[in-house]
Design a protein around this ligand. Structure first.
Ligand code: THU
Length: 160
């Protein structure tokens, strides 16, 4: 028997410690939460993607009375970005969320598994690391790439 310990590295920033451009992206994600459509969960998520051409694209969670038909903010954002700008790598993705009281979460918002998988595909598609900023009022997690969110991940190479 062998044991494998997989470690992930992340940095925890206070908002004021972020660079001006990262603050701009986090602000865009925070503002986007105001455009969320979440009449069922009342959990408003916003995401903002900075593309290689400098453009910022935002998206929000979009819910549906048929619950599984809704989509998370991360995927609406990445699918929109990749639809509008299929040649542009997504360099950074910032995510923020507010609870049913409209208050931003203290702890960094953890993306769901399906979104992590889509983030991975985006990173692989452009062969470009996608830095992740998970916003919380008491700290912002920064991951250098998607690998840290999805160890032992499945991608196209597994089918070779
Ligand atoms: N949600 C997101 O948009 N992103 C996440 O990372 C976690 C969950 C949405 C899906 C649903 O609209 C609501 O939050 C509650 O799960």
């Amino acid at each position: 028997m062998k044991e494998l310990n997989i470690q992930i590295a992340l940095k925890i920033y206070e908002y004021e410690e972020l660079s001006v451009s990262d603050r701009e992206l986090v602000n865009a994600a925070r503002e986007a939460t105001g455009r969320s459509y979440a009449p069922y969960s009342h959990f408003s998520v916003g995401a903002a993607a900075r593309l290689a051409n400098g453009i910022i694209v935002t998206g929000t969670n979009q819910e549906n009375a048929a619950y599984p038909s809704g989509l998370c903010a991360e995927r609406t954002t990445l699918f929109y970005a990749n639809s509008q700008y299929p040649e542009q790598a997504v360099e950074i993705l910032a995510i923020a969320a507010r609870n049913e009281r409209g208050v931003f979460l203290d702890a960094p918002i953890p993306p769901c598994g399906a979104c992590r998988q889509v983030m991975l595909e985006t990173e692989k598609r452009f062969n470009h690391p996608m830095r992740i900023l998970l916003y919380g009022t008491k700290g912002i997690y920064e991951l250098k790439n998607v690998g840290g969110l999805l160890p032992l991940s499945f991608d196209a190479s597994a089918m070779e």
